[in-house]
Design a protein around this ligand. Structure first.
Ligand SMILES: [Mn+2]
Length: 194
């Protein structure tokens, strides 16, 4: 789209299940579009992570809707023309007309819940602080040189070879993954209990 100047007229409508088929999370897809300034709308569905084809299931995964809405908040929204659309379909054992009704309810409820949780984390700066701390070493010293493009593989090799192993290990910090996931779980439970 950028190559043919189409990004001036079009934006992307990102589909959750297509992200999975490409081997990505839905959040990853939305984030890449956001970074490119092309996040237009959400084709709000979910897929089975194992099955290998597109099932266009109505979204119900709160962890995933929270992750996607985090990107939407960081994008400043998806308006004025964007929004949620459901290319989803009742499938397999859920094929009656009323399943469409239930599907739309769970879809909107799940994204509304995700938005509330993402907003709560944003208000606390939880994820923003986490990312800032995780990548703090890029703000100074060799990290800042990597960020600015001043460092290259040659200079990085020289830099790394001169550092004793114990100093490299000492500079390596845990990202406390399970603690982070537990905290996000608590945000989901507590926010939605209000
Ligand atoms: Mn699809």
């Amino acid at each position: 789209m950028k190559e043919y100047d189409l990004d001036k007229d079009f934006k992307l409508n990102l589909e959750g299940n297509h992200a999975n088929l490409a081997g990505h999370t839905y959040q990853h897809e939305v984030r890449v579009a956001r970074d490119a300034g092309l996040l237009g709308s959400l084709d709000a569905n979910q897929g089975d992570k194992l099955i290998g084809w597109d099932i266009d299931e109505y979204p119900s995964n709160l962890y995933e809707t929270t992750a996607v809405m985090t990107e939407v908040i960081n994008n400043g929204g998806i308006g004025p023309r964007g929004g949620l659309n459901f290319d989803s379909k009742p499938r397999r054992t859920s094929f009656e007309p009323e399943d469409l009704f239930y599907g739309h309810i769970v879809g909107m409820d799940s994204f509304a819940a995700g938005l509330r949780v993402a907003a709560a984390m944003k208000e606390d700066g939880y994820l923003d602080d986490l990312v800032a701390n995780r990548y703090a070493s890029y703000n100074e010293g060799i990290g800042a040189k990597i960020e600015s493009g001043e460092a290259d593989f040659k200079s990085l090799e020289e830099y790394a070879l001169d550092i004793p192993q114990k100093d490299l290990l000492a500079a390596t910090h845990s990202d406390h993954l399970e603690q982070v996931k537990d905290t996000i779980n608590h945000y989901i439970v507590r926010t939605l209990a209000k």
